[in-house]
Design a protein around this ligand. Structure first.
Ligand code: SAM
Length: 275
């Protein structure tokens, strides 16, 4: 009979968030598969847990999964953890879970912190429906395509972002989605936890060129259907689009689908800006 695979959530900052059940499981299993064994060893040491670890880094999850599956096949229980939060959520784990399932292993979740849930729960935007995007692709054209896929959804959009790119990402989102309400949730569960709320253009302005410290989740309100952009908001989107080299005609056609303005009016306004 194969061992069981426990998928264990760990703190995203505050060590007090490691649940008693997580501790018990981490102590009891034969092996802990960790995204970064040194990082996890630090956590385990704090709780006096001596279970051996093996590495399951994101870049080699496929290669390393085999050895972990062998241990499971030999009847040993294994826990899977990542550096912070819930494994397999923008973190290694998905492949191992799929392969373990195929091998007839029972998968047991040990739930706990996940940055996107913490951000949603206290962010103040609708939580009834949300769409988790994880990290946007680095390539602007791919990021734009991903946002186009979801721009008609009324669900709140949830994104992970690296602190270095928050300003640029908010500027792009403001251009693609307009003046929707948004939240930047930073350093959740840590000393400098902060929620900054505003419209996308306001947040883009606030974070432009700013070096953000710590980790960040971005929430964006879903489409409400009744937003007609103000003239200032439309001008801002036109200027951003034109200065990044977009053609006025295609820019106005695209904006008209989102801004509640006719393509004709946008084009005329765009011409004055070009002048
Ligand atoms: N598996 C993790 C989870 O369950 O949330 C996510 C791991 S992903 C590699 C790391 C990203 O999660 C960060 O870039 C940031 O967007 C978000 N994140 C993690 N911890 C955070 C925190 N304490 N505050 C805000 N965002 C956080």
């Amino acid at each position: 009979m194969p061992g069981r695979l426990f998928v264990v959530a760990t703190p995203i900052g505050n060590l007090g968030d490691l649940s008693p059940r997580a501790m018990e499981v981490l102590r009891a299993v034969a092996l802990i598969a960790a995204e970064d064994t040194r990082h996890t060893r630090g956590l385990l040491d704090k709780f006096g847990i001596e279970t051996p670890t093996t590495s399951l880094p994101a870049f080699a999850e496929g290669q390393r999964a085999g050895a972990i599956l062998e241990r499971l096949a030999a009847g040993h229980d294994v826990a899977l953890v990542t550096d912070a939060g819930t494994p397999a959520i923008s973190d290694p784990g998905e492949k191992l879970v799929v392969e373990a399932l195929a091998a007839g292993v029972t998968i047991i979740p040990v739930p706990g912190p996940a940055a996107f849930v913490a951000a949603l729960s206290a962010g103040g935007l609708p939580t009834g429906r949300f769409h988790f995007l994880g990290f946007l692709p680095r390539q602007v054209s791919e990021a734009k395509a991903m946002i186009e896929e979801v721009q008609a959804l009324s669900a709140t959009l949830v994104l992970y972002e690296s602190p270095r790119r928050v300003g640029d990402t908010l500027a792009s989102l403001a251009q693609w989605l307009g003046p929707r309400r948004a939240v930047v949730a930073r350093e959740l569960t840590k000393l400098h936890e902060e929620f900054v709320r505003g419209t996308l253009p306001e947040l883009a302005e606030r974070y432009a060129g700013v070096e953000v410290l710590g980790e960040v989740v971005v929430l964006v309100e879903g489409r409400t259907g009744d937003t007609r952009w103000t003239e200032d908001e439309v001008k801002r989107a036109l200027v951003t689009g034109l200065s990044s080299g977009e053609r006025l005609k295609s820019l106005t056609t695209e904006l008209s689908k989102r801004a509640g303005w006719s393509a004709h009016d946008l084009y005329r306004l765009g011409l004055t800006l070009k002048d």
